[in-house]
Design a protein around this ligand. Structure first.
Ligand SMILES: [Zn+2]
Length: 292
């Protein structure tokens, strides 16, 4: 072995790992998947929430943030999902916090507020953009831009991998559409637990019928449950879907009352990966509603 080769090998061994160049923290269960795919070997992802975390309730503790030393970017979902954002920005610097959902298309949701006898409906941004594959394709470009901003040397790499991710997401969309086409048109109603699937339904021309509000903790009033039961009958819904990590008791009661079957639990707020969430949900929907 020549001296030069040895020197090169030694330099490689001593150089910091290429994988540790940019440290990115994620605060939504699916953003780690996107950051890893766009960042490739140049990004180290610090997953603060975990695949099982509930993004409606999660808030990073000061201790967790201190443990995530040297993070250059904090990826959050945005659209009002994280009430702790001003606090986070104050702690880590607002330039480091990226609301991936901020510039993505927004659907509005009607939220019922009940204060004792007085109830009113108001409009809010629906935060669940992660059920739109089109949103993910745009998000890949946003993450690419942010990584290129903090690590311009590897911008071409981020550009190429974001392009590849967008292609893969395009394939996922084609697969999703092909699968959903197995459900007859008049059964394309998604009756679920919390109102997480508006972006999904909007993207594929389905109707959404949630039994709860925008987050899992919101408990539906008896009046609301009666209205949902009526809607389920009217829309000739074949099945309603509980969700993983959520109590299906109320949903089962509604299903029993109306006489429809309960489908397999859907993944509403995350999963092991973007593809895994879509594939699981689409397969569960087609299994319950598709032509036999
Ligand atoms: Zn949700």
């Amino acid at each position: 072995m020549g001296m030069n080769v040895l020197r090169v090998l030694l330099a490689m061994a001593l150089a910091p790992l290429a994988s540790a160049e940019v440290k990115v923290a994620v605060l939504h269960p699916l953003l780690g998947d996107l950051a890893k795919r766009v960042g490739g070997g140049h990004v180290q992802v610090v997953d603060l929430i975990g695949a099982q975390g509930d993004p409606h309730r999660f808030e990073p503790s000061a201790k967790e943030l201190r443990a995530a030393k040297g993070v250059q970017l904090y990826l959050v979902s945005g659209k009002g999902l994280e009430p702790y954002l001003p606090k986070l920005k104050g702690m880590v610097g607002k330039d480091r916090v990226v609301e991936v959902g901020k510039t993505l298309p927004t659907l509005k949701a009607e939220v019922l507020c009940e204060h004792g006898e007085h109830a009113h409906v108001h409009e809010e941004d629906d935060p669940h953009w992660w059920h739109s594959i089109d949103c993910w394709r745009r998000a890949a470009r946003i993450v690419e831009k942010e990584l290129s901003r903090v690590d311009p040397v590897n911008a071409a790499h981020y550009g190429a991998s974001a392009k590849q991710v967008r292609k893969e997401l395009g394939d996922l969309r084609l697969w999703t559409e092909k699968e959903l086409s197995k459900v007859p048109k008049d059964h394309r109603v998604l009756a679920t637990a919390h109102a997480a699937f508006a972006y999904f339904c909007n993207e594929h021309g389905w109707k959404m019928l949630p039994v709860q509000g925008l987050n899992r903790e919101q408990v539906a009033s008896p009046k609301f449950v009666t209205e949902v039961a009526d809607a389920i009958r009217k829309e000739k819904v074949l099945a309603i879907f509980p969700e993983k990590r959520s109590n299906p008791k109320m949903l089962k009661t509604v299903a029993k009352g109306v006489g429809v079957k309960v489908g397999e639990a859907l993944l509403a707020d995350g999963g092991d990966s973007i593809d895994a969430m879509f594939r699981h949900n689409v397969e569960a929907i087609v299994a319950a509603l598709g032509k036999k």
